[in-house]
Design a binder for this molecule. Structure first.
Ligand code: 5GP
Length: 120
């Protein structure tokens, strides 16, 4: 995938349940599922079901405010459901230099171990 591409991503197939994932939260607007390559005991990906131009956070426009706010709120719900409210991290990798690999906006919700700061 490239940052400019509006091409479908693997997340479309996960949303459509054409490929399996372990879903931890779902509502009409967002889906949260376990990362296939977890970097912490809890590693959940949280995505808007409708990409609506949000290949990456850097494409956000004013009209995306509602879904962006909802994603952050649901990140907290996911952390609570996963029992990591004592400490968790929410990450958005934006673009090549930040190691974004899937061009459908997603929040990583990470927890269950001691984190380090700054990240690599
Ligand atoms: P990025 O590097 O773009 O911020 O994060 C993409 C994430 O998607 C990676 O952590 C990667 O492990 C995860 N991922 C890629 N393909 C799949 C898949 O088919 N299923 C699941 N559950 N996660 C995936």
């Amino acid at each position: 995938a490239s940052a400019e591409s509006g091409a479908p991503t693997i997340f479309d197939k996960i949303i459509a349940k054409e490929i399996p994932s372990t879903i931890v939260y779902e509502d009409d607007k967002v889906l949260a599922f376990r990362d296939i390559s977890p970097q912490a005991p809890v590693h959940v990906l949280l995505i808007p079901k409708l990409r609506d131009g949000l290949t990456e956070l850097g494409k956000a426009e004013s009209r995306h405010g509602e879904i962006l706010g909802h994603l952050l709120y649901v990140a907290k719900i996911v952390a609570e459901k996963e029992g990591i409210q004592d400490g968790f991290r929410v990450v958005i990798n934006n673009g090549q230099q930040a190691c974004q690999s899937v061009y459908h906006l997603h929040l990583h919700v990470l927890g269950g171990r001691q984190m380090k700061w700054p990240p690599g």
